[in-house]
Design a protein around this ligand. Structure first.
Ligand SMILES: [Zn+2]
Length: 368
């Protein structure tokens, strides 16, 4: 061991004196010189080049004073303004992301430093270059969407990642999904939270022994001042139920006592073309008699997927949940059915209200 160290010290000493001879004492970078790949190499920094007359090629510099040809090292800005980086062994960084002094940079196939901010594609991998010229790493909001980038800056696509105590899924385009129901598949159990303050219901699935930390989806809801706080276990459910008014709700799941998840009210029993449109348009605000009103499709999701005895926690907080609050498209007076009610899709198609996207004419369908 001692001999080994001695040998290293001697070889470093020889190398340093060599470099000092070439570059002059001011420009010795002892840290770089200590790196393994540097023995046998003659290096030059950008600073040295400026101090001396040189003949430059892409990767080497001929020093006019000594006639020695040395390799570049560190940052180099060409006359074109393009920046390059040479590793301590004199090789240029090309075609990859590369960490320099704690910052991650991206270099093109020909070694040019990428400087225009935005999404970048290199070797089929996607990156995001921030305004400061460094690559995004970890969980990041870009525009309206969240993304996840690995330690080497590669954007996650079609995979899960842990962020902020949750497990999120990032889709084909790298965007975080705000509904992972299809990716997860049906689960045997869920956990539901209701934020009375923000009027957001969030459904969670279990991530092994980490608990219910996978946000599955969020629903916009309407709670009421008398909505009780606490943790409950759903005892019953009803396809239709008579509510205060009287009016009638679909896909009702009891939480506790007279408090239930259910659709917005209808004016007739078992008639899903009698929606109280004005009440529907208030979804997302605190306006119920205490129940938790949902879009019909969302009430149905709970009714269909959450077994009885599902745990529900109702709380009141300013904190934003894992997913943003879904929007509510305001209905016109004549739209007397809930556009999320799967049984009423045909009505939206008939009236051409565009709740199900642009309709494809029948004779065009085979082209898709
Ligand atoms: Zn519609």
């Amino acid at each position: 061991m001692k001999n080994e160290i001695k040998r290293i010290i001697i070889s470093i000493g020889m190398m340093l004196s060599g470099i000092i001879f070439i570059l002059g004492v001011n420009n010795v970078d002892t840290n770089a010189a200590l790196e393994k790949g540097d023995r046998q190499q003659e290096l030059v920094t950008e600073k040295t080049m400026k101090a001396e007359k040189t003949v430059e090629t892409a990767n080497t510099i001929k020093m006019a004073s000594t006639g020695k040809v040395v390799k570049r090292k560190g940052w180099y800005t060409a006359k074109s303004g393009r920046k390059y980086y040479y590793k301590s062994d004199g090789t240029p960084v090309k075609n990859r992301s590369y960490r320099i002094n704690g910052n991650l940079y991206l270099f093109s196939k020909s070694g040019i430093l990428c400087t225009n901010p935005g999404f970048k594609t290199l070797n089929g991998k996607k990156y995001y270059l921030k305004k400061n010229g460094t690559l995004a790493v970890g969980y990041l909001k870009i525009g309206d969407d969240y993304y996840y980038f690995s330690k080497t800056g590669v954007m996650y696509r079609d995979r899960w990642a842990y962020a902020r105590g949750y497990k999120f899924y990032f889709g084909k385009d790298g965007k975080r999904l705000t509904d992972v129901d299809e990716v997860l598949g049906k689960r045997s159990s869920y956990y539901i939270t209701v934020n009375k303050n923000t009027n957001i219901v969030t459904v969670y699935a279990q991530d092994g022994n980490k608990g219910y930390t996978i946000p599955v989806k969020s629903f916009v809801c309407s709670t009421g001042d008398s909505t009780p706080l606490g943790t409950f276990y759903t005892p019953y459910r009803y396809r239709w139920l008579t509510l205060v008014g009287p009016c009638w709700g679909q896909w009702c799941t009891q939480i506790y006592g007279n408090y239930l998840f259910h659709s917005v009210c209808y004016n007739s029993w078992n008639d899903n073309n009698s929606l109280d449109v004005a009440e529907y348009n208030k979804l997302g605000t605190t306006c119920s008699h205490g129940c938790i009103r949902l879009k019909a499709g969302d009430a149905k999701w709970i009714y269909d997927n959450c077994a009885l005895n599902t745990k529900v926690t109702i709380f009141s907080s300013n904190e934003k949940g894992p997913f943003p609050k879904p929007t509510v498209e305001q209905l016109t007076e004549g739209h007397t059915w809930d556009p999320t009610d799967p049984d009423m899709k045909y009505k939206c198609k008939q009236s051409g209200c565009n709740h199900y996207g642009k309709l494809v004419p029948c004779d065009m369908q085979h082209l898709y």
